[in-house]
Design a binder for this molecule. Structure first.
Ligand SMILES: [Zn+2]
Length: 426
């Protein structure tokens, strides 16, 4: 079914927008739609006073961690990670399926249509997203913890699952490969999965240079090489690599990440909450040629999946540590949260123009936050909260309309059931 958004504001101008076959078919001045030849099965929404923005692309998360909030509060990264790995021993397909549905609810509410995920039982997340209508980038996740037998088992599984999911039967899935990090995956396994990704023209999604300790340990183990230099040495840096964090990086690292066109994902809420750091060099990375994006990370570390909140915190920290109020322009911030992610995932999204995928949020400006004549983006990012998002469209379909998401109550009920099973096991 086609959708007509009548009198919706786009980039400060009132327009009519026609959405058809998953795409933005027309955007013309308000009133133009009276002259358009429109099909009978058309859903019309009167959007007077409302504003359209591209849906967010959350470029790094672990969606099933929505059910792990609070299991590691006020502790340092290493201790936190050990606790997570312990809990993960008891999760299963059912847990991941319902936890991803909870994540979908939260992402839909906060205006995100596409997210880049890394987790176990990814098939369950794919199924959850297909049912909820969100677009997910995910795939087999490699983490052998330096165990050669486990590495062999994972290689076999990775090949089998990749062949299964590269069959074109999952239009909402951007299949990619994942490896956790240089300290949890053996060198031989990193080389193997990187080669296998290249052979199949797939993105590779990893954690990189997240903590000072990771860098110090890597230098001690690999003849003074930083994690970025180490991956360069292994031939793993490329424009198909999505590296979460890249927080502890030297000028040489920045040069390499830029030269190879790596997509670097900033996750400020997770980094600050775990005290990993906050001096993310977005500008230096961008100037060097890297593609800089924003993610929330999983709810076990950042506690929610709200991209607007991540954008605000990112900007505030940039301004603070650089001692420069102009350190993060709003347009750049918006690009990092939308079109840069779309570029990394190679989808025609993250922008409102004719021919692009119809992935957009409709913002209700009828609230205190939008009364003043400030720049709209400033009101959106610095003043409002994501409850100003009235509706979300992904691939030309409403996933939320006037704050209503189908089956929300049922999902919460099932998630509580899954959680009670896990706590009984522990
Ligand atoms: Zn992560």
């Amino acid at each position: 079914m086609a959708i007509l958004l009548k009198d919706i504001t786009v980039d400060g101008i009132r327009k009519d927008m026609l959405i058809d076959k998953g795409l933005i078919a027309r955007i013309e001045p308000q009133g133009s739609s009276a002259l358009w030849p429109l099909a009978g099965d058309l859903e019309i929404m009167d959007c007077r006073g409302k504003v359209a923005i591209p849906a967010f692309v959350n470029m790094h998360t672990h969606s099933p961690m929505t059910l792990m909030r609070g299991i590691g509060e006020d502790i340092a990264f290493q201790q936190w990670l050990s606790r997570i790995w312990k809990v993960e021993e008891s999760i299963d397909y059912d847990y991941v399926y319902w936890a991803t549905k909870v994540a979908c609810l939260e992402m839909i509410r906060s205006g995100c249509a596409t997210f880049n995920d890394q987790y176990w039982f990814f098939e369950a997340s794919v199924k959850a997203c297909e049912e909820m209508g969100l677009r997910i980038a995910t795939g087999y996740d490699v983490m052998d913890k330096m165990d050669p037998a486990e590495a062999e088992r994972q290689k076999e599984q990775c090949i089998a699952k990749t062949e299964l999911f590269l069959n074109g039967k999952h239009p909402g899935l951007i299949y990619e490969l994942n490896f956790h990090a240089i300290y949890s995956v053996s060198e031989q396994m990193m080389l193997w999965v990187s080669e296998y990704a290249k052979k199949n023209n797939l993105n590779l999604h990893i954690h990189l240079s997240e903590t000072r300790k990771e860098v110090e340990d890597c230098k001690a183990l690999h003849g003074g090489l930083s994690p970025v230099e180490y991956l360069e040495d292994l031939g793993i840096l490329s424009d198909r690599l999505i590296a979460a964090h890249t927080l502890w990086i030297s000028p040489r690292d920045i040069e390499l990440l830029g030269k190879r066109g790596v997509s670097c994902v900033h996750n400020i809420n997770s980094n600050t909450k775990l005290s990993s750091g906050y001096c993310f060099r977005y500008k230096e990375l961008q100037d060097a040629g890297a593609n800089v994006c924003i993610g929330t990370d999983g709810c076990a570390s950042s506690n929610n999946l709200d991209m607007l909140e991540a954008m605000k915190t990112s900007a505030l920290f940039q301004k603070a540590w650089r001692d420069d109020p102009s350190a993060m322009p709003l347009d750049t911030l918006m690009d990092m949260a939308t079109i840069n992610g779309a570029k990394a995932l190679r989808i025609n999204s993250g922008v409102l123009r004719e021919g692009a995928r119809a992935d957009l949020s409709i913002i209700d400006t009828d609230s205190t936050y939008f009364l003043s004549e400030g720049p709209f983006l400033a009101n959106l990012v610095y003043s409002a909260h994501s409850d100003c998002i009235d509706s979300l469209i992904c691939d030309g379909r409403f996933l939320m309309r006037e704050r209503e998401i189908p089956q929300e109550k049922e999902i919460l009920h099932q998630a509580r059931k899954v959680l009670s099973k896990i706590s009984q096991k522990q």
